[in-house]
Write a protein that binds this ligand. Structure first.
Ligand code: HEM
Length: 480
């Protein structure tokens, strides 16, 4: 009897919630593309396909509603709407981030809410570590792994090769080494429990479970063994580092600074009282947030360079004349010394913003760009459509690095790294790392596209990546 009453109560509660969500959603006064009653916009399973379809159907209306069974969202690719959500109002992150947090680790810099937490102080400690001058100290590490990548490419010269996977190994090696001095050996195809378990953990990001309440707990529990292997290694590295640091405690600041080699050193140096659990989850976050994003961006760019040979030619010219056949010197400001390559990176990020967009939740009733949005609504900003919006970008679907004229676009109109206070902290890391990798490749090889089916963007994992990029490399004889 009690059970029956409990079940009826629960059913009533679920129905009430469903009714409330539906009523709130109806109160948002923007149109919605056609949907089926039960499944809604089922094609939202691939948000990229859905957003392109909906854009066509909505004919110029840039903010619209999307439905998928339990998930209703207000989607926008209107530049002013996106700016207001991310910069002006800085709306809280959506519930999915809370699910990811239970699994990545509490309080990490990416998933923690900025409302009612110490996110701001946390970011304040990390910001100097990711400034260009600090990231430049990691250049030797970027160069070491780029040289390895060139060696791997040399062994494949003249054959059709799929590069996404190879570049991802390089960016994994780089983040392990630059993050906490760990020799992962992914490019050398070393096998280790750590690498296998780390890859499994990273792949969990594509789990649809994180969309549901308590899904993060389920993901964490079901994969606790692989996580333990990863945690054990990170713990050991941190312990060894803390022991080493206690030995150099008496040295002056300059001597201590000379021993800083990676991000972990910088974190320990920046704040002696860094909470160890937060430190661990931050390192894990840098791993996940910082390698596939970079690898996919570089793969898309190489695809475009292989298709647009005159752009590739311009890139050779800049790299050869600035670097004269050498690796960049440690004091060179690469971002200003290689403006054309920077424009190529930005044009790649414009056409293929890897995160697609970011999601936020309205924690109290709000008005954004004149649209009333009731409390609890999920808001999806769509960078992909915004950065291909013909009202903003001339000839938007054409790869044309010259449109930036060598200047860095403002984060108020160009969103691959998001915008506002929660803008990607790793963007300088990405630019430095990519300039070193790209210039090493361009100094050594020219390349052509082998498979015309290559380079199609897909978003099955939540992040945009190319279906494949198959190219053929030819060794360049003349570098200067
Ligand atoms: C092409 C490369 C990259 C892209 C496109 C990218 C994109 C983004 C985006 C869109 C966000 C905002 C997420 C949100 O607010 O919901 C973000 C945040 C973040 N990214 Fe990146 N990212 C890249 C590379 C990196 C790298 C290399 C690292 C670390 C080494 C990194 C670490 C982070 C962190 C820690 C945050 C959270 C910052 C905060 O909330 O305070 N990212 N990234």
């Amino acid at each position: 009897m009690v059970l029956k009453e409990l079940a009826l109560g629960l059913l009533g509660f679920v129905l009430y919630k469903a009714w409330k969500i539906r009523r709130n959603f109806h109160s948002i006064n923007v149109p919605t593309p056609k949907y089926t009653t039960f499944l809604g916009h089922f094609r939202l399973v691939d948000p990229l396909v859905a957003s392109i379809d909906h854009q066509k159907e909505m004919k110029g209306i840039k903010t619209f509603k999307q439905r998928l069974i339990f998930f209703n969202a207000l989607v926008s690719y209107d530049i002013n709407f996106i700016r207001e959500v991310l910069s002006v109002q800085n709306l809280p992150k959506s519930h999915t981030y809370a699910e990811i947090e239970t699994w990545w680790g509490k309080g990490n810099i990416l998933t923690s809410q900025h409302e009612n937490t110490n996110w701001k102080e946390h970011r304040h400690i990390l910001n100097p570590i990711f400034r260009t001058a600090a990231i430049r100290k990691l250049r030797d590490i970027f160069q070491k792994h780029s040289n390895k990548l060139v060696k791997v490419f040399e062994s494949m010269e003249g054959k059709p090769i799929e590069i996404q996977d190879i570049i991802q190994k390089a960016t994994l090696d780089i983040i392990a080494d630059a993050g906490f001095g760990y020799d992962l050996g992914a490019l050398d195809d070393k096998s280790s429990d750590f690498l296998t378990c780390l890859k499994e953990q990273i792949n969990l990001l594509s789990s649809p479970l994180v969309l549901f309440p308590y899904g993060g707990h389920l993901v964490k529990w079901a994969n606790r063994k692989t996580r333990k292997v990863v945690d054990d290694v990170i713990n050991r590295v941190i312990e060894t580092r803390i022991q080493r640091n206690s030995k150099i405690e008496n040295q002056n600041e300059e001597q201590q600074q000379q021993q800083v080699r990676d991000i972990l050193d910088m974190m320990l140096m920046a704040d002696q009282s860094y909470d160890i659990e937060t430190l661990k989850s931050d390192l894990f976050t840098f791993f996940v947030a910082g390698h596939e994003t970079s690898a996919s961006s570089l793969s898309f760019l190489i695809y475009e360079l292989a298709k647009n040979l005159e752009v590739q030619e311009n890139a050779f010219h800049e790299v050869d004349s600035v670097l004269q056949g050498n690796p960049p010197s440690s004091d060179m400001d690469l971002m200003t010394s290689l403006p054309y390559l920077m424009s190529c990176l930005n044009e790649g990020l414009r056409l293929y913003p890897i995160s697609g967009g970011v999601s936020r939740t309205v924690s109290e009733d709000k008005v954004v760009q004149g649209i009333f949005i009731p409390k609890g609504t999920l808001v999806e900003t769509n960078f992909f459509l915004c950065q291909r919006d013909a009202d903003i970008w001339e000839d938007p679907n054409t790869f044309n690095p010259s449109r930036f004229g060598g200047k860095q676009p403002s984060s108020n109109e160009f969103f691959p790294f998001s915008s506002g206070p929660r803008i990607c902290i790793g963007k300088n890391f990405f630019y430095e790392e990519s300039l070193v990798i790209l210039s090493s490749i361009l100094q050594n090889f020219s390349f052509t596209l082998e498979d015309p089916e290559s380079g199609q963007p897909q978003q099955i994992t939540g992040l945009l990546k190319p279906n494949k990029v198959v190219i053929k490399l030819t060794k360049r004889s003349k570098k200067v």
